[in-house]
Ligand binder design. Structure first.
Ligand code: SF4
Length: 421
């Protein structure tokens, strides 16, 4: 019960955005409803290199329970850790070190529990091993996990016409990926491991720390996209926990409307589950073909389901969330960029209903090593514009996402971030 109570505390501020946890969520969080070919779910604190991360919410809950801490203590801990102890909620200055004993006890955190906590937990369980700046003002971070594996996290800079700058962080949810989409470098290495929620949250913290080291306020990191390595819905429980951490006011305090989960929708029923659990989080579906045959050309995992099932899951999500999903459509020369393909895409989008129509994001194929194996090429600008014009004629809301200078963009589809290439 206590464990559930602490979890409720962590979710309290997002009660309307993310559905309150129930025992069902706890089962889900441990992955029992996620179908194969997934790896077994990670137990809390399963990483071999303890100490545990302060952002390992499960372990913090267990610690609180075993040390008789109250909900207020957990809130205080995160307030001190993420906010340097200033009043109110909302992150102001990120830190990479543990709070000191006096910082905690000054706030009436019980002394023996504070000292035990500081010897059992570390501020971060991951570290940044490399930072590569991009020509457009973003950064690519190579992050070393406690298991010895590495992932990449990308920070994307956007400058508005009014001169204001904001940043989006693109998070990885797995090391590698089991889904083997034909254009994706990550898919070629297979699934190595699921990331625990703490490693997902730490990517966000590393991004804030990096920006802070460049004198860029943490508050300018406003958006999150799950478009890095991995299929987020194949690691559903941990991704859901990370969504709770990202949106909780005493952790990272992001609005759910600033977060996008991008998926190839390998299991449409999981989209329905996401609609139930986190309706306010944006959904982007990598479609790449609006007929069963066309979609299977680039997304082999679509073979286990039908395009009609996917459509029904999108309709369910739209009803629950009150808005349509983003449909990401990678345009590959001679594969899915013809007029017939555009008509089937328009028809798929139109079938979603008048109020909650999806928005179609056309992404010209960005050459990857994986795509080269299939001789994939970027369509000509003329073909891209003609495909787009056909959608517009059909009154489908859409735009073309031309590549940014470094080939990465917040609107890019999963697998088009060309990580590691
Ligand atoms: S595009 Fe996404 S789902 Fe497909 S293989 Fe790559 S990471 Fe996995």
């Amino acid at each position: 019960m206590f464990l559930l109570r602490i979890y409720l505390l962590l979710c309290a501020s997002t009660a309307t955005a993310l559905a309150p946890p129930t025992p069902t969520h706890f089962r889900l969080a441990r992955g029992s409803l996620i179908p194969p070919p997934l790896l077994p779910p990670l137990a809390p604190n399963a990483t071999p290199n303890n100490p545990m991360s302060l952002l390992d919410l499960d372990s913090i809950e267990h610690f609180a329970e075993s040390h008789g801490l109250k909900e207020a203590h957990v809130s205080m801990l995160y307030n001190v850790f993420l906010r340097r102890g200033s009043a109110g909620c909302g992150l102001s200055e990120p830190r990479s070190d543990l709070p000191s004993l006096s910082e905690l006890t000054d706030k009436s955190f019980p002394k023996s529990a504070a000292s035990s906590l500081l010897s059992s937990f570390s501020a971060l369980s991951t570290s940044v091993s490399k930072v590569v700046p991009s020509s457009s003002g973003g950064y690519r971070l190579l992050i070393l996990l406690p298991t010895g594996q590495s992932i990449e996290t990308v920070i994307i800079k956007h400058t508005h016409t009014n001169g204001k700058t904001r940043y989006t962080v693109c998070l990885s949810s797995q090391v590698g990926c089991a889904r083997a989409c034909s254009f994706c470098a990550t898919g070629t290495i297979g699934l190595k491991e699921n990331l625990p929620a703490s490693s997902i949250l730490e990517q966000f913290l590393h991004a804030q720390l990096l920006l802070a080291s460049k004198d860029i306020p943490a508050s300018s990191l406003t958006n999150v996209v799950f478009m890095g390595q991995g299929e987020p819905l194949d690691n559903y429980g941990e991704v859901l926990k990370s969504l709770r951490g990202l949106t909780h006011q005493c952790l990272f305090n992001l609005s759910p409307s600033r977060i996008t989960v991008s998926t190839v929708a390998p299991v449409p029923s999981i989209i329905k589950r996401l609609a139930d659990d986190a309706p306010a989080v944006n959904l982007a579906v990598s479609l790449h073909g609006a007929t069963q045959e066309l979609r299977e050309l680039t997304v082999p995992s679509a073979r286990g389901t039908s395009i009609e099932e996917l459509g029904a899951a999108l309709d369910y999500h739209a009803k629950k969330s009150g808005r349509g999903a983003m449909l990401e459509y990678l345009l590959i020369d001679g594969v899915n960029d013809g007029d017939l393909a555009a008509e089937s895409l328009a028809s798929f989008a139109r079938a979603r209903g008048s109020q909650l129509k999806p928005y179609v994001n056309l992404i010209p194929y960005n050459p990857t090593l994986a795509g080269a194996a299939f001789s994939y090429k970027t369509p000509t600008d003329e073909r891209i514009n003609s495909f787009h014009a056909l959608l517009k004629n059909e009154k489908i809301q859409s735009s073309v996402r031309w590549s940014s200078a470094d080939g990465r963009d917040a609107g890019a589809a999963c697998g088009q971030l060309v990580l590691g290439e």
